[in-house]
Design a protein around this ligand. Structure first.
Ligand SMILES: O=C(CO)COP(=O)(O)O
Length: 253
């Protein structure tokens, strides 16, 4: 049985005090459940403080991106070594906004997946198609290629500990959600791709999240699907009350 993973991606939102009070509420009220892992990915500016606040709780902290090098002359970047050093456990890699606005390529994502593992971070690897690609019937091809490239050279022993987030680009921040059946179909295709690469045991162990306008009203249906093991949530992770409802939904057996 795969443990669900619900992660909030705050993107470039929240002032320091808002981040702090959200985290205080979350740490105080997050349900203790064997069934769900909770992660918050704040802007990098708040990683240190939030990692300190969550040290003795079950809430994990993730970065929204990182550089692939351990250190170096890369003005403005943060490294995997720094993330591990301050107690960050996860990193989102290849988010469509990084791919679209910051020219992050499949090759760069692959290098970052390697770097994440090297420093003991759990990569949350994002894949997803544009509306145009979906309408052209290319969804499965696109996500399968993204997965294959992201996992190139990743050892069999590490692969099952990665998380993949299927985020159709047309569903991000638009209020449009893929139907649960549809999201499940694509997540199933992703699992098949992992199975082709690593075999069935790895494919059965690896967790796949859905992301794109997830909210309290649609989480139950999404989580009821065979291949959906959690959610990567933008907008609905910004308010503690709505995020807690998502965790609550994930905590049910
Ligand atoms: O991009 C997302 C999470 O990484 C999804 O964002 P929304 O939940 O706001 O659609």
């Amino acid at each position: 049985m795969r443990k669900r993973i619900i992660a909030g991606n705050w993107k470039m939102y929240k002032k320091a005090e808002e981040a702090r009070s959200f985290m205080k509420e979350l740490v105080d009220t997050v349900p203790a459940s064997e069934n769900v892992e909770t992660v918050i990915c704040p802007p990098s500016l708040y990683l240190y403080e939030l990692a300190e606040m969550t040290k003795s709780s079950t809430v994990g902290i993730g970065a929204q991106t990182m550089h692939e090098a351990k250190e170096g002359a890369f003005t403005g970047e943060i490294s995997p070594k720094m993330l591990t050093d301050i107690g960050v456990g996860y990193v989102i890699l290849g988010h469509s906004e990084r791919r679209q606005y910051f020219n992050e390529t499949d090759e760069a994502v692959n290098r970052k997946v390697h770097a994440a593992f090297e420093y003991g971070l759990t990569p949350i690897v994002c894949v997803g198609e544009t509306l145009e690609e979906r309408e052209a019937g290319k969804t499965v091809d696109i996500v399968a290629t993204q997965v294959k490239k992201a996992f190139e050279g990743i050892a069999d022993s590490l692969a099952p500990t990665a998380v993949i987030a299927y985020e159709p680009i047309w569903a991000i921040g638009t209020g449009k959600t893929a139907t649960a059946e549809n999201a499940n179909e694509v997540c199933g295709a992703i699992r098949n791709t992992i199975s082709e690469l690593y075999g069935k045991d790895v494919a059965d162990a690896l967790r796949i999240q859905y992301g794109g306008s997830v909210k309290p009203a649609n989480i139950d249906e999404l989580l009821s699907m065979e291949h959906i093991d959690g959610a990567l949530v933008g907008g609905a992770s910004l308010e503690a009350a709505s995020f807690l409802k998502l965790i609550e939904a994930g905590s049910h057996a």
